[in-house]
Ligand binder design. Sequence first.
Ligand code: SAM
Length: 264
Amino acid sequence: MKTGILGLSRRYLAFRRLCKPRHGFGIHSPFVFELYTQAIDSDAKEPAFLPIERYRQSLKRCAQRIDLVGADGCSQATSEVRKIARKAAIPPHLGRLLFRLCRYMQPQSIVELGTSLGISTLYMAVATPDVPLHTIEVNADVQQIAQNQFDTMGCGNVYTHCGTFAEHLPSLLQHLPSVGLAFVDGHHQGEAMLRYVEAMLPHITPSSMLVLDDIRWSDDMEAAWHVLCADLRVSLSIDLFRCGILLFRQGVAKQHFNLRFGPY
Ligand SMILES: C[S@@+](CC[C@H](N)C(=O)[O-])C[C@H]1O[C@@H](n2cnc3c(N)ncnc32)[C@H](O)[C@@H]1O
């Protein structure tokens, strides 16, 4: 069940108690200090963000009705595009974070679980236009709208896969040399998130990064996040409250960081 406002406030206080101050004070890992100060805590605006935010505004005015599809691929109800754009798309500050993480990490490949209308995809695609970005979405209608925008913006590095993560992720992973950066933003159930991360782990390298959105969506999502932080295959975990980052660097002591980012 989705965490209510009271539960979220309690969790936020617990998160803040363990947070390092802003600006990187108290981060003793040189790698995490640099990642934080250069890619997480900085918020430079780029001209590339403008067309993405204009697209978001146009979606927020779009009254077209489309079918909603569940994680199993079955139709559930209908909704207006403008409601999906308001509820499902990541907010601008998180898009800018993904952009900076892609620029900073320079991954060889990007995998996204949950395209929806393509806002997060666009932020990552324009950050590294030469890097193939594979994005999976079960809802063909939203993905078609996203695809139109990828075409309009000339994002030739985006490869869309329509179907469930369970259907597409295994074969996609077989065809990729490795997972450089992955953004997991769909099927918000703890056990499902663990399954998708577990599927990706054999394909990560010491320079890979996994970004998991909505880790405080529900009790089970938060519990799954803590399971991943404790996993010995993960060397560095960074909790940004709304989302979490997993890193796999070798030769470093296993460490966890609660770091302030955006409104948190
Ligand atoms: C929160 S939205 C993604 C938002 C998008 N990342 C953005 O910021 O613009 C999650 C998407 O994942 C899709 N989804 C959920 N479970 C899925 C599954 N098991 N397989 C494929 N797609 C799924 C949903 O249809 C929905 O469009």
